[in-house]
Design a protein around this ligand. Structure first.
Ligand SMILES: [Zn+2]
Length: 684
């Protein structure tokens, strides 16, 4: 017998907190580990499906919940790396493995014997003596199988399986194409090209150039924090245009990384899948299992906001054009001018500029601020721990509750690098559950903040700080999770509800006592002067016309695209253009994510026909924060306890509308959102 060297992905993980042995993991170990884990899970599923004993909750639903442990472990560590620290070898595995995973999930959801057991239990659900949580798990399994096609006839199931596999491959390719376009681009600048750029932007550009092998020069990249701050500050109109054009052309540059054909195929496949499952369009299919329930409900909210947002953006545009004229400029405002003049006008109007604020927003202090907020709301503490992770920039913190009990592990991986996909997200290496013992979560926040040069402090924009709090809100949803069944844990809720914990958390960044304590000047350590803080908070609704238009246009185009009944021979650049025309998109504003790089919709598809979710959740978060404001205390203990009990720790235990009503006593109206965004009347 030969002894094969043990694959560390499949061995017992003995590192602190049960972390994966990152130092021993090599990309070539993933494929065999996936193969072994998939085979093990398949055997578990088959055993459940052919069990001669009549179906019971325990031998079917609980058994499904107990299964797939090895696969979860391997997949979690793989997808953390594929998102946050990828390379050619990982990307190759990703392309191979995504259709295999889709095939695996198909085999489970389209397993007729298994579906028969679930359907039998579901029919008898009231007589099974289930707890509320067990009843919810059974209900979710039944819904999930039906929505995946478990109840369909064989030919339709085969077609669904083929569609899902193909969609998985296309989604992977889409994300990799965007990353390739981002990696391929850097605008390399000389000292003389930096007019208008404040120190922090110069430092970030210098570090980015060095990262790309241009020591002593400056690089503007397509990471949002790099190009957005360039667009905001650079006085060079010609260079702003260059960067802006590169940014909005990601995924639309022709050649191997062009995403347009992929979009066409994906939209057509999704529409076909919806039809097979009995829905007229993909949007109908998708929203049926969301809090919104129908595209019409989602659209009603967007329409309510859209007209007001456009009117406000119009007023903002006129003010910017006036400023250009006053400066003697003889040109019409273009998309690449908007951020630059908006920043200038903000400075003129409120005596406030980003460069003045930024030295007070140190990354580490803002992380502390997010921790302190969690301590005051939920009694959590965060202690740095020195454990081996996958990249030196990632940092781990042990999370404990008010009684000193271990809650989980939080990993913050905050800096942009070329091996990381763009954007910011929360993910996990392990999710909370109590079915197989007390399993505590390991939750990550991945961000793309500019990394400073060695010895310099990492500084955030106010938007970055908001992103930090947002992702940390998601992290708390994972960390505070307190359910028995893995299916219901943490963020496993509908996507129009999942942004409630994250967006709600952003409100505490703006609570004066948090900013006063944690916004400290990087050089002097002095707190942000009261006057500056007041001016900063006074600008809260400044520019909301632009921001709301930029976002809402994306949500509308998404619903329109996925509401198509006939997708044959559609040109998607043309579709985007015509649809924007239809909704009267202001000419000087470009969608926050154009279709060729709209990863929410096409890189995996988690938000396909679901981009409206952010605004749907915002209706909830604006109203939910008012619950604290009404008490006069942003940390009111009774409100915080209720929030924790029915939202942050409750995962998917309840229907979202029920959960929200349990917190607030009623469902929200759109009023709090309009007030928050300054859209109650259309004056700027
Ligand atoms: Zn989010």
């Amino acid at each position: 017998m030969t002894l094969l060297p043990q694959n560390p992905l499949l061995a017992e993980w003995t590192a602190a907190f049960g972390l994966p042995p990152f130092g021993a993991i090599e990309p070539e170990q993933f494929r065999p580990a996936f193969d072994a884990a998939l085979a093990a899970h398949r055997a578990e599923i088959d055993a459940i499906a052919v069990d001669p004993a009549p179906p019971s909750f325990d031998n079917t639903i609980a058994a499904l919940e107990r299964g797939g442990c090895a696969l979860d472990r391997v997949a979690n560590v793989f997808f953390v790396l594929a998102g946050a620290d990828t390379d050619d070898a990982i990307e190759a595995v990703e392309r191979e493995i995504s259709p295999l995973l889709a095939r695996h999930n198909n085999a489970i959801h389209l397993n007729r014997a298994l579906y028969a057991r679930i359907a039998d239990l579901y029919a008898r659900r009231d007589r099974l003596g289930l707890s509320l949580e067990q009843a919810r798990v059974l209900d979710r399994y039944h819904t999930r199988f039906v929505r995946a096609g478990g109840a369909l006839e064989k030919p339709a199931q085969d077609r669904l399986a083929a569609i899902n596999e193909r969609l998985a491959s296309l989604g992977t390719q889409f994300g990799q194409n965007v990353l390739a376009d981002e990696k391929a681009y850097a605008l390399i600048l000389e000292e003389g090209d930096l007019a208008g750029l404040p120190d922090f932007a110069r430092a970030a550009a210098r570090a980015a150039a060095e990262d790309r092998g241009h020591r002593g020069k400056y690089a503007i990249t397509l990471a949002r924090s790099s190009c957005e701050s360039f667009l905001q500050f650079s006085a060079r109109r010609d260079l702003r245009e260059k960067v802006f054009q590169a940014w909005i052309k990601r995924g639309e540059n022709g050649g191997a990384t062009d995403n347009r054909a992929l979009i066409g195929e994906m939209v057509a496949l999704r529409a076909e899948r919806a039809r097979l499952l009995g829905f007229p369009t993909f949007a109908d299919y998708r929203l049926n299992d969301q809090m919104a329930k129908t595209p019409a409900n989602a659209r009603k909210l967007l329409d309510e906001v859209w007209g007001r947002a456009r009117a406000k953006a119009q007023v903002e545009r006129d003010a910017l054009q006036t400023m250009i004229a006053e400066e003697g400029g003889n040109f019409a405002l273009e998309a690449w001018d908007w951020r630059y003049y908006a920043e200038k006008l903000r400075k003129a109007r409120y005596d406030l500029d980003e460069a003045e604020i930024k030295p007070y927003l140190q990354l580490d202090k803002m992380v502390e601020a997010a921790f302190e907020t969690a301590r005051r709301l939920f009694g959590l503490t965060f202690t740095p721990v020195d454990v081996p992770l996958y990249h030196p920039d990632a940092r781990a913190f042990e999370v404990k509750d008010a009684n000193g009990r271990h809650v989980g592990l939080f990993i913050g991986d905050h800096f942009a690098r070329s091996s990381k996909h763009s954007g910011a997200w929360m993910t996990s290496l392990r999710d909370q559950e109590k079915l197989t013992g007390a399993v505590t979560p390991i939750i990550l926040n991945i961000c793309n903040f500019s990394k400073p040069a060695a010895g310099e402090p990492a500084l955030l924009s106010f938007d970055d700080a908001r992103t930090l709090f947002h992702e940390f809100g998601h992290a708390l949803h994972g960390l505070l999770s307190n359910v028995t069944y893995p299916l219901l844990a943490g963020t496993a809720v509908p996507s129009d509800f999942v942004e409630l914990p994250s967006q709600l958390y952003e409100h505490w960044l703006e609570v004066p006592e948090i900013l006063q304590t944690y916004a400290r000047h990087a050089k002097t350590g002095a707190p942000m002067p009261k006057a500056l803080l007041d001016r900063l908070l006074a600008t809260r609704t400044y520019g909301q016309g632009f921001a709301t238009v930029e976002y809402t246009a994306c949500a509308l185009v998404d619903l329109d695209l996925h509401g198509l009944r006939d997708t044959a021979a559609l040109d998607f650049s043309e579709f985007e253009r015509r649809d924007l025309e239809r909704i009267h998109m202001p000419a000087e504003i470009v969608m926050r994510h154009r279709l060729p790089h709209f990863q929410h919709l096409f890189s995996g598809g988690g938000y396909a026909a679901g981009y409206y979710s952010y605004m749907w959740s915002e209706v909830l978060d604006a109203d939910a924060f008012e619950a604290f404001e009404e008490t006069g205390n942003a940390f009111d203990p009774a409100t915080a306890k209720r929030l924790r009990d029915v939202i942050y720790s409750a995962g998917n235990l309840r229907d979202p509308a029920e959960a929200y009503t349990a917190f607030r006593g009623r469902l929200p109206s759109v009023d709090a959102l309009l007030k928050k965004r300054g859209l109650v009347d259309a004056a700027a």
